[in-house]
Ligand binder design. Structure first.
Ligand code: CUA
Length: 165
């Protein structure tokens, strides 16, 4: 009947519309997820790397949890571990103008390692050591904050870097 074929034509239009709509949503979701991961997780900061090679377990064993080590006349290594909900070490002193290499990992869940007022921003990942170098050109207090939601006291996960003259 004419009524029936009109119904079929209409149903087909709706079907095509929804197939197209779902495809568009999938593409947008994929792009959005990629952008979120790359942008918000800090994977685009220029000067860091993540060690995930087969030598990682021995390096983990040698990881000097919570230590600041002088590695040269004007260079320091900082071994930083994130745990719910604090950073270890939670206060460090470094001299202005020194090259600081941060080795960052997590002992439990994902944490975000961000030094406020600097471009330093990477994710602390359990079992993985992230590396970022930075030189402070101002004396004073810098805060390390956790920018990756990690539970009840996420907001309190703050450490301090004191840059001495
Ligand atoms: Cu650690 Cu949020």
């Amino acid at each position: 009947s004419p009524l029936e074929s009109a119904f079929h034509a209409s149903a087909e239009r709706h079907e095509r519309f929804w197939i197209f709509g779902v495809l568009v949503m999938l593409v947008l979701l994929t792009i959005g997820t990629m952008f979120y991961v790359v942008h918000d997780y800090g994977l685009v900061t220029s000067t860091h790397s993540y060690a995930t090679d087969p030598q990682a377990p021995p390096r983990e064993a040698a990881f000097q949890d919570g230590k600041v080590v002088r590695t040269g006349p004007n260079a320091y290594a900082v071994y930083m571990v994130g745990r719910a909900w604090h950073w270890s070490p939670d206060v460090i002193h470094v001299p202005e103008g020194a090259e600081i290499t941060f080795y960052v990992t997590s002992a439990d869940v994902l944490h975000g390692f961000e030094i406020q007022g600097t471009p330093v921003n990477l994710t602390a990942v359990p079992g993985v050591v992230g590396t970022v170098k930075y030189t402070f050109h101002h004396t004073g207090l810098f805060r390390i904050i956790c920018n990756e939601y990690c539970g009840m006291f996420h907001h309190a996960m703050v450490a301090r870097i004191i840059v001495d003259p």
